[in-house]
Design a protein. Structure first.
Length: 164
């Protein structure tokens, strides 16, 4: 009986030795106001180029925080922008780069079959201090590079407030 209790006591002692600091972690995420500012600036940048777009900002887990759709943006653009942002947050990369790395014949090409994955430019991670805070996705400009330029403008507008 004592031989059975000794391992149990050891396990409980080791488990009890973990501090609360080891059992939890903290993350940073964008405030709704910061996410909104990024989206608004990206939308305005697109407008100045003559593009009607939708802009989505998600948190670090890919959960939607802000969605803006310009008045003449296509019906598909809100969903595509959201999924570009989700893809960027999920894979922690630009969706333009992701598109290159997942082309047919590449080792990661199968990942394109995952629901919600968008392998087209326009999604960028929002990072500061080495941490992922969220991502922004743009849809509706003529091509992935143009979508990404709008997304970059949104990130640039909030960059100073994110440095920590």
């Amino acid at each position: 009986m004592i031989q059975r209790i000794a391992p149990l006591v050891l396990i409980l002692a080791l488990a009890g030795g973990a501090s609360a600091q080891d059992a939890t972690f903290q993350t940073k995420t964008l405030t709704p106001e910061t996410a909104l500012k990024a989206a608004q600036v990206a939308l305005e940048f697109c407008r100045k180029q003559g593009y009607q777009t939708a802009i989505a900002v998600v948190d670090r887990s890919g959960v939607l925080q802000v969605l803006l759709r310009d008045r003449y943006a296509g019906a598909h653009t809100p969903g595509v922008a959201t999924d570009k942002a989700w893809t960027s947050a999920s894979f922690k990369t630009s969706t333009l780069e992701f598109a290159k790395e997942t082309q047919a014949g590449r080792p990661m090409s199968g990942i394109r079959d995952v629901p919600r994955v968008i392998a087209a430019g326009g999604g960028l991670p929002i990072e500061a201090g080495g941490s992922l805070l969220g991502a922004i996705g743009v849809s509706g400009a003529p091509g992935g590079e143009a979508d990404e330029a709008c997304a970059r403008a949104g990130i640039k507008a909030i960059a100073d407030s994110l440095e920590f």
